[in-house]
Design a protein around this ligand. Structure first.
Ligand code: SF4
Length: 458
């Protein structure tokens, strides 16, 4: 069985849980798709480009069926959940399309598909799952994964790096007007603190030094189970061998003093804030069903920087939301100029089915949205490059992702999150430095959001 994971870090965790369940069900994971009897594609349905990438990947996977060994291509994940029926009907190359409720029995479903159950795959029973429960016995082969005793899903690591996403919750109870996630990911469901801490220990035992806490909204963690993110961070801070705890996706308006205190003072929690402001103009934010304004956002940044001036701060913004005016884009631009963030993802608004935004007007013309994206993206490129240059001379810690014997390496400094915030070139490191090491050094150069760090001599 070969598994392809697309999309975000949350999907990566789902993929590792699916792989764990498949391995526990007797399947062997292989790197080469031509060696696989089945190819499972964990799709992304977030934006149009991601949807297209998912469909292209499914079609590429189906090409392997001509090799005489691969017998099934199965779509799972967000695109499969959100557009299951349409996908099954329009993509006969896929032998099955499975929604989230198929995950607990994914091994049985795959056995059933490989046993010839594919014909029914295109006669969906309901919206969520396009296959009936597999009527086959589980193979009796031994599981290849350790199953910890805390009730969490066996996880089969698909990557070997020293950084791993750690899911703390699924779903979302917010109803941001541009976002379709709550419509297909369901209500917010936190994982118990001891379960998350146990999984962190399990990851550390396998060489992980950084965990990235992922969910749709980390600041809401625990509300549904009588706890909060502060308590989870205190629990994780006790995990020996864990060096960096990185929190992703905090709602700016939900950062209460106790949470800020935990994030700024707990030993293993890195000074890194992922704050998806989405906009700064208060009228646009209200129409987006979000909170805040430039003053409250800047006050939050001041509070962070007054304690940890070196903190990394990243964000996402959306331009072109229905009704947005040029003056409101100016408010966003002025805010970004004052906020001086390390990295900002800039997205052009597009209507998503089933969202409130899709019902709102007046729509901003596509070419105007493209102009606004160019304007704001150009601005944040300049501002991010300036923020990186201002780090020259700072002392920082780097997580090495690859290293060579000449002391050169590539990694991320403490204020760079995986994949989104640039990378760090390490020079002058110990020739014995290895991927997974943490190295202290001084920032000596910057290029865009990327940094150069000279390692401290021991
Ligand atoms: S954008 Fe809003 S609705 Fe969508 S996942 Fe984030 S918090 Fe939830």
């Amino acid at each position: 069985m070969h598994l392809i994971s697309l999309g975000c870090a949350r999907n990566e965790v789902d993929s590792e849980e699916l792989a764990g369940r498949l391995a526990a069900g007797g399947f062997t994971l292989v790197d080469d798709p031509d060696e696989a009897t089945a190819i499972v594609v964990n799709t992304c349905g977030f934006i149009d480009a991601a949807k297209k990438d998912s469909i292209d990947t499914l079609l590429d996977a189906a090409d392997h069926k001509g090799n005489g060994r691969t017998r099934a291509v199965v779509a799972v994940g967000c695109l499969a959940e959100r557009y299951g029926r349409e996908l099954a009907e329009s993509l006969p190359e896929a032998d099955a399309v499975l929604g989230f409720d198929a995950y607990p029995d994914i091994a049985g479903r795959l056995e059933w598909i490989l046993a010839g159950g594919h014909a029914e795959a295109h006669a969906p029973r309901d919206r969520r799952t396009l296959l009936p429960v597999a009527p086959v016995a589980r193979p009796a082969r031994a599981a290849e994964v350790t199953v910890p005793g805390h009730g969490w899903i066996p996880r089969y690591r698909l990557t070997t790096g020293a950084s791993a996403p750690l899911k703390i919750a699924s779903g979302c109870d917010r109803r941001c007007a541009f976002c379709a996630i709550p419509s297909f990911r369901g209500s917010y469901l936190s994982r118990p603190v001891d379960e998350v801490v146990a999984e962190a220990r399990w990851l550390v035992a396998r060489g992980v030094r950084e965990v990235v806490l992922v969910s749709e909204n980390s600041s809401a963690y625990g509300k549904d189970i009588g706890t909060n993110l502060e308590r989870l961070l205190v629990g994780l801070d006790t995990v020996d061998g864990l060096d960096w705890i990185r929190v992703s996706y905090l709602q700016p308006a939900e950062i209460r003093p106790t949470l800020l205190d935990a994030m700024l003072h707990l030993h293993r929690v890195v000074p890194y804030f992922d704050l998806p402001f989405q906009h700064a103009d208060p009228v646009v934010l209200r129409r987006m069903r979000r909170f805040g304004d430039p003053e409250s956002f800047l006050d939050l940044l001041d509070r962070i920087r007054s304690v940890r001036p070196e903190a990394g701060i990243r964000s996402n913004v959306i331009v072109g939301f229905p009704g947005e005016t040029e003056a409101q884009v100016d408010v966003l631009a002025d805010f970004l100029a004052e906020a001086r963030l390390d990295a900002v993802g800039v997205f052009g608004y597009s209507d998503e089915e089933g969202t409130e935004g899709a019902t709102l007007g007046p729509k901003v013309p596509e070419e105007v949205i493209a102009e606004r994206v160019d304007r704001i993206a150009g601005l944040v490129d300049d501002l991010s490059a300036e923020a990186a240059a201002e780090r020259i001379g700072q002392r920082t810690q780097v997580l090495v992702e690859s290293a060579s014997a000449d002391g050169h390496g590539v990694g991320r400094s403490v204020h760079q999150g995986p994949e989104t915030d640039g990378q760090t070139t390490l020079v002058g490191a110990d020739p014995e430095a290895r991927a997974g090491d943490l190295v202290w050094g001084i920032v000596t150069g910057a290029d865009g959001v990327d940094l150069v760090v000279r390692a401290e001599t021991r």
